[in-house]
Structures are given as C-alpha cells and as structure tokens.
Design a protein around this ligand. Structure first.
Ligand code: PLP
Length: 448
C-alpha cells in the first residue's frame, strides 16, 4: 500500500535522470529500500544482486557501518565548511593529501567537486585558465572520442559523444571535436593492437592538423569507455595517445570517473598503463556513492601556471559545496576500506573470476564480444557473429534484457546498442560472481 502510493507520488513529482519521462510514467518506479554487500532489496522484499554497483559507483559495496560512522561523526562535529575566504576543514585537507600521495606522477593538487560532470566542467575551465596564463588564449579547441561520455553538464555533454545528450543545445559546440575511439571489436582499422593504436594516433594527429596545431587546448579520454559500452582499448593505447599529446603540445586529460578507485584493479587505471595525465577527473568510487563528491587533479605545471598567471587575483571557479567535509570524511574511510580493508585486493581476484566467467559465455549464439578489465566488463550481443550484426531494435531489446535480468534477481546495465555492462562491487564473493555469470546465461537463453 505504502509502496503503491509512493509509485504514484514518484509518477506525479519526481523527474528521473536519463529516462523517457512518458515511458517512466507508464512503467512506474522500482523502489529500493535497503542494501548490504552486493545485494539490494526492493519494496516487495525481493533481493537482487547488484551487478552494476548502483551506477558504477558503490565500489565498496553497501552497508559499511564504518562509513556511516565517519559521516555521522563529521555531521555532528562540522557539517559544513566553505573553502572560500581561505577557510577549510580537516577531512578535505587530509583527503586531498592522501589522494595526491597515491595519484600517478605529480598530480599533486586536488580540486573537489560534487560529482563527475562538474569535475569535467571544472577541468575545462582550469585548462582555459592555463592557456590564458601561458599567453595562448587561442588554444580554445577540445578533442574527445566517439562513444565517449564526460557527463551531462552542457560543456561536458558536448565532450560526450552520445547523441541523446546533445538534443536542443546545438551540441557539440563548434570548439568540441571528436575522433574515432579505439574499439577493437568494431574498428575497421583491423583488430591487431598495433594497427588499432596506430589508427588512433593518426586520427588525433589529423584532427590537430585540421584544427591548427596552435589552436588545440586538450584531448580527453576515458581509459576504458564506460557509458559508450565498456569499450576497452588495447594495452599501450593510453600511453601512445598521451605521448602524442606531449609531442603535439596539447594537454591530456584522463577521465577516470568510472575507472578510478579499484574498478579496473588499481586506484587509478592510468597508473597501470604507465600514464601520467596533465589533469585527471574522478568521482563515483571516490566516496563509493555514500555521499556526492568528485575531484580534478592538476599536475604541478598546470597548477603552477594557473597560480602564477592569476597572481594575487582569484581563480574564479568554485561551488558552495566544493570540498564538502562530510563527503571528504566518507572519502577517507572509503579509501581506508579499499586499502587496509582489502577491497582493492578482493576486487582484483573477483575481477579475474568475472572475466573468466563471462568468457565462458562466448560460445553463446548471441555473444559477439566479451571484454573488460577488473570489475568492469561487457558483453556485446549480435544476431550474426560472423557479420557482427547488432541486435535489431537494440534499445528495446536492451529494455527486455534488463527486465529479464531483474526477474532473475540480477541488476545489470543494458546499453541502447545491445551491450550488457557489468560493474559489481569490489566486495563480491566468488559465489556472487558465479551467480552473475549463471544468471546472465539464463537471460541470454531467454533472449534467443
Ligand atoms: N565522466 C565519466 C567518464 C562518466 O562515466 C560520468 C558518469 O557516468 C561522468 C563523467 C559524469 O559523472 P556524474 O554522473 O557524477 O556527473
């Protein structure tokens, strides 16, 4: 009864992100009431295995009392402190320092935001400050990748390549350019790693030449493209793109909003690829979804150039909730759980098991590709393996796959173009990973 009236209230009043508003009114909300470990419970008291960590964010898993205690302690002691007027709070300082110590290379300066979209937006603004400070204000053109996702603020949505985020804004802006992503399964440049990487490098060079080498501000890339369908470039791709940016004199930004904090194994995916970007954006796993927070890391030269350029003037960028003390307290405890609590280590072991399990589905008639790294994976579904023919009406098929998985007690992400995405919590047990694979096989059989 209570849940029925809540469904009506939701229908009448709550606007859901990235949803068909009319479709949602018809379907109604599925309300979740509680969660523990990797399992969420709905109002009908159904238990579902969360194979997607909410929205690839609850990396630590649900129900950690120590995180709740860290947040409530901070709320009691100091629920808010602005970073304006030279003020601050202890957890924000400590978290910045802990993160800087662990970040690749000299990414020593951390700017906290509320999530990933405003981290990306902030990075664009910092890059603009940087080039103005260097006396190169004409460097105002940005390049990102097809299939890329960089948030849904207006600027980030323009860097994003998914057309659903562009309608009605004239996006991408004329200063936002795209090049093909490395997409080994579909890339026409060939499937061997070396030619795939060479094609991406050539595309970046060609785009920079087309725009004008002295006009390009920065190149953005996710180490693994998440919302585009968990597209995994070959090992060495990031390094080659980073090195090309260095050679061309443009900034390289790694958007690790999904890949950060153990999702692919280490705290930062680019460290594993031996890459130190000029700027790095994170969110999601930073607080594991227990409180909203994102961050932009600036390397020494980016930070110092902006600082020297501004001199005694303010760098005009900030939010009321930048470096929120409660989110920072949560971030500190989450970081402790990743390391001392063994979550990173468990995630590595479970990630290997997940990949092995999903590989065992590659003989299924619908599975064209199995890909992933760590606890981030996808199946790409096709109706003809030879020709790699996508599922017909893939968006509708995706909705049905999501429903069937739900009915089997599993939450996965069904992408609009026929991919199934996995991002389970790092706390998963062997039995839970095996259940994800087993339930997926059932869903695929029902989809045949
Ligand atoms: N960048 C990437 C790579 C993302 O995957 C996302 C969200 O999924 C964002 C930015 C935006 O983050 P948020 O949804 O926290 O605004």
């Amino acid at each position: 009864m209570l849940s029925n009236s809540l469904v009506e209230l939701d229908r009448a009043h709550l606007i859901h992100p990235v949803a068909s508003w009319r479709g949602h009114e018809q379907a109604g909300v599925r309300l979740l009431t509680s969660a523990k470990g990797a399992t969420v419970t709905d109002t009908a008291d159904r238990h579902l295995l969360d194979g997607f960590s909410g929205l690839w964010c609850v990396n630590a898993g649900y129900g950690h009392d120590s995180i709740v205690e860290a947040a409530s302690r901070q709320m009691r002691e100091l629920p808010y402190a602005t970073g304006y007027f030279g003020l601050g709070s202890e957890p924000a300082v400590r978290l910045a320092a802990e993160l800087a110590e662990r970040a690749p290379g000299d990414l020593n300066h951390v700017y906290f935001t509320l999530g990933g979209s405003d981290a990306v937006d902030s990075s664009v603004r910092f890059i603009s400050y940087y080039h103005h400070a260097k006396g190169e204000p004409q460097r105002d053109q940005f390049i990102s990748l097809e299939h890329g996702y960089h948030g849904s603020s207006t600027v980030g949505a323009g860097l994003t390549a998914l057309s659903a985020f562009h309608q009605g804004f004239g996006l991408p802006y004329p200063w936002q350019h795209k090049i093909p992503s490395s997409y080994p399964y579909r890339n026409s440049a060939g499937t061997d790693d070396a030619s795939n990487i060479a094609a991406s490098v050539a595309a970046l060079r060609a785009k920079v030449a087309e725009i004008g080498a002295d006009r390009v501000a920065a190149f953005y890339a996710e180490p693994i493209q998440g919302s585009g369908g968990v597209i995994v470039p070959p090992r060495g791709w990031m390094k080659a793109m980073r090195d090309t940016c260095l050679e061309l004199g443009i900034l390289f930004v790694a958007d690790e909003v999904i890949t950060g904090f153990g999702r692919t194994g280490p705290l930062f995916a680019c460290a594993e690829d031996d890459v130190v970007p000029d700027l790095l954006t994170v969110a999601k796993g930073l607080t594991s979804g227990y409180a909203p927070m994102g961050a932009v890391f600036l390397s020494e030269h980016v930070y110092n150039t902006i600082a020297d350029g501004a001199g005694s003037s303010a760098v005009g960028h900030g939010f009321t909730y930048s470096a929120h003390p409660v989110s920072a307290a949560v971030g500190l405890e989450v970081l402790r759980l990743y390391e001392e609590g063994g979550l990173l280590a468990n995630g590595r072991v479970m990630g290997a098991r997940l990949m092995e399990g999903l590989q065992s589905l590659s003989d299924h008639p619908l599975v064209g590709d199995v890909r992933g790294r760590g606890m981030l994976a996808a199946l790409e579904l096709v109706i003809d393996k030879e020709r790699k023919t996508p599922l017909p009406a893939a968006a509708e098929a995706g909705r049905r796959i999501f429903e069937r998985a739900w009915d089997c007690g599993l939450i996965i992400r069904a992408f609009a173009h026929g991919c199934i995405g996995y991002a389970p919590p790092l706390c998963c047990t062997e039995a839970e990973i095996d259940a994800i694979v087993e339930k997926t096989r059932r869903v695929l059989d029902l989809t045949l």
